[in-house]
Design a protein around this ligand. Structure first.
Ligand code: HAM
Length: 418
């Protein structure tokens, strides 16, 4: 038997009600803020990710699913969405149409990471990207949206980590100071970090190796290298978050594992998730649009894993099951034939979800199925009822049942639907 590929996951019918519920909540939530959905292709020119995420990042250096297609071009399954949204923004000149673009997405992504709870090789992300504003109130809106979405989904115990990594000039100074500090520990660094020391020491701060984490704790902090405009921006972001009564922890070592960020970066963690505890992450990327060939446009966004959100969700607090409304039991050939049009009308005219048996099982077996499906009503049409042009309607929560004329069925449900 062929099985699924390591790190991928089937979402089975007993889970999809919850997935759909969460996805609908996400669509609904982003619309409250005036965001419009954008959908981009599942694969892109590999160069897009090399140029945006950065060569020295974990994603580009070891996690991308890339291949050369029959036309000789290097293609990559999307490992993240920001780069694709920026590509589409530039390609379709969206900045020309609107001064500010507020976009959101729900998408499947691919990263060849080591699979474990909350970490997959194909996973689902939702996120937002706002192009056009360099104002700190935009940063506060984005962070508040991430925070409020988890609140909206009744997820407690979240922690927001915040930092500013400054403009590119500030980062050049910081990288030099960080490089000088880490040089003293060069012999204690892994081969990858040794390489990063030469190319981009900032990426060493992404390390997951404990001995390197200890070295980094004493390293110079980027916040000491911010210029006055960076500082002013960061001060305002914090002021606005305080105004919104959103609690955050400042983490001067938070740089995020992608090269495109500038100024504000943030992550939201949940203590209920175990080691893969990052629910979401994001930040400003004021230079990326221009770097990818567009007109200089400031931007900011965040993205979040849906698998991790679902792991953190307390299912007891949500009414997400989508049970059919009616189970229709037709007993005997004549009743089955007569039920076809009745059921069709219930679905097409009354817009109700109706399930029926297609195995010709007896009454007991069909009622057992109706119970299992947790329907609101079952309808029984047997030979006797048919003779009188009637059927039996049973309210499954009260157990009450009554006989009504077939002609009155549509009217019955018009009056009974809450
Ligand atoms: P990221 O931090 O790489 O950022 O991913 C965002 C979130 O996606 C993570 O916090 C996590 O919840 C989820 N995630 C990432 N990798 C996996 C995985 N292998 N399995 C399951 N979940 C995963 C970005 O992707 C940026 N594009 C975010 C952004 C948008 N920045 C600005 N705009």
């Amino acid at each position: 038997m062929i099985k699924n590929i390591k790190g991928t996951k089937d979402i089975l019918p007993n889970e999809t009600d919850l997935w759909q519920y969460v996805e609908l909540k996400i669509h609904h939530f982003f619309k409250k803020y005036g965001y419009k959905e954008i959908r981009t292709p599942s694969f892109e020119d590999s160069a897009l990710f090399h140029r945006s995420i950065g060569e020295e990042t974990d994603i580009v250096s070891k996690e991308m699913y890339s291949w050369i297609d029959q036309g000789g071009k290097s293609l990559t399954l999307k490992p993240e969405v920001t780069a694709s949204v920026v590509r589409a923004f530039n390609q379709h000149n969206l900045g020309h149409e609107n001064k500010i673009n507020k976009l959101y997405y729900i998408d499947s992504l691919f990263r060849r990471e080591r699979p474990q709870k909350g970490r997959y090789r194909q996973f689902q992300q939702f996120g937002i990207e706002t192009m056009g504003s360099d104002r700190p109130e935009q940063d506060a809106e984005i962070i508040a949206m991430a925070h409020n979405l988890y609140k909206f989904l009744k997820i407690d115990g979240i922690v927001i980590k915040l930092n500013s990594i400054g403009s590119s000039d500030s980062r050049i100074k910081y990288k030099k100071a960080l490089g000088d500090y880490l040089k003293k520990y060069e012999n204690d660094l892994s081969d990858l970090s040794k390489k990063r020391l030469q190319t981009n020491p900032l990426r060493i701060l992404d390390t997951k190796i404990n001995s390197e984490i200890d070295i980094i704790k004493q390293a110079p902090k980027i916040t000491d290298y911010l210029d006055s405009e960076d500082k002013q921006h960061y001060d305002k972001v914090r002021e606005y978050l305080n105004e919104l009564e959103i609690k955050f922890i400042e983490d001067p070592l938070l740089v995020r594992g992608l090269d495109y960020y500038s100024r504000t970066v943030f992550e939201i963690h949940s203590d209920s998730l175990g080691s893969q505890n990052a629910l979401c992450g994001g930040g400003r990327y004021d230079c990326l649009i221009e770097e990818l060939g567009g007109k200089s446009t400031p931007a900011i966004g965040f993205a979040a894993g849906i698998e991790r959100l679902i792991l953190a969700l307390d299912k007891e607090k949500h009414d997400y099951m989508q049970n059919p409304y009616i189970y229709f039991v037709a007993l005997g050939e004549k009743a089955i034939k007569c039920s076809l049009k009745i059921i069709d009308d219930l679905r097409m005219k009354n817009d109700l979800a109706v399930v029926t048996d297609s195995l010709n099982r007896n009454l007991k077996a069909q009622m057992k199925e109706a119970n299992k499906l947790n329907v609101s009503y079952s309808i029984i049409l047997g030979e006797n009822e048919l003779k009188d042009n009637k059927l039996i309607i049973k309210n499954m929560s009260t157990g009450n049942q009554e006989e009504i004329a077939i002609d009155e069925l549509s009217f019955f449900f018009k009056n009974n639907i809450k």
